[in-house]
Design a protein around this ligand. Sequence first.
Ligand SMILES: C[S@@+](CC[C@H](N)C(=O)[O-])C[C@H]1O[C@@H](n2cnc3c(N)ncnc32)[C@H](O)[C@@H]1O
Length: 279
Amino acid sequence: MEAAQRTHEQAKLWNGSAGCAWVEAQALLDRILQPFEEILVEAVCASGARSVLDVGCGTGSTARAVARSLGAKSCPVGVDISEQMIATARMLAEQERVPAKFICADAQTHSFAPASFDMIMSRFGVMFFADPVRAFANLRNAASKEATLCFVAWRNPAENRFMTTAKRAAASLLPNLPARRADAPGQFGFADARRVQSILAASGWTYIDIQPIDVTCTLPESELSRYAARLGPVGLALREVDPRTRDQVVAVVREAFEPYVHGDEVRFTACCWRVDARR
Ligand SMILES: C[S@@+](CC[C@H](N)C(=O)[O-])C[C@H]1O[C@@H](n2cnc3c(N)ncnc32)[C@H](O)[C@@H]1O
């Protein structure tokens, strides 16, 4: 598939059903992914960066967290391709009165001011590029001479069984769920560390360090069905099915998540890469 077509698909998805699902579940997702926010804020603070770009910032939680941490001396910028997610990010920053700015644009091609950021970070926002070398070269151009890059991305689905539970459980009821294409833009697009290394090297980044991190994430048990019914491929497919199939899928999926339920809490390990590099 052509890069232009893959870009169009991603833009359509994040400006459509996936964007809606992330906006609707914003507070829940930010709670689940909070440990990654802490990792990134710590990296920003350790680097001494003042001007920070949050790539694929979504509804802006990590950019707002950096703004709170750095205070008035900074104004982190979030960039995202999804209009509805950027609108939510702006609204939340205004409500919280934090100095963060948000741009709705494709990070692969947007004309950032050259050398304008001394840290480029992302929480799961860089695996969706149709042309990742071009994207990371564009981001590098936006990075100042001493700038660093720090992002987190998922390792492979076999290690992240929680993330594939719903799809496996619902497979017989939803036979048209999309098959995963290795290395294609998507949640697990950066599962292969060697590929990530070569993308970053080809786009000019240096001192590339890719480390596995296993992070415990939690959510309230009371939110589990809502989570499974809205997000991921099953959540997206459920938007299109009849109420009876929907109820069946929700029941089967909820049952499949049982091993992760501990009283009123759901707990899983997110098996990810932490990637650091220098301009
Ligand atoms: C899995 S979400 C993560 C959102 C956010 N970083 C978070 O942790 O809540 C991935 C985000 O990447 C964004 N995205 C995908 N392709 C993009 C692109 N080419 N340029 C900018 N953002 C993009 C999506 O719109 C989505 O908000």
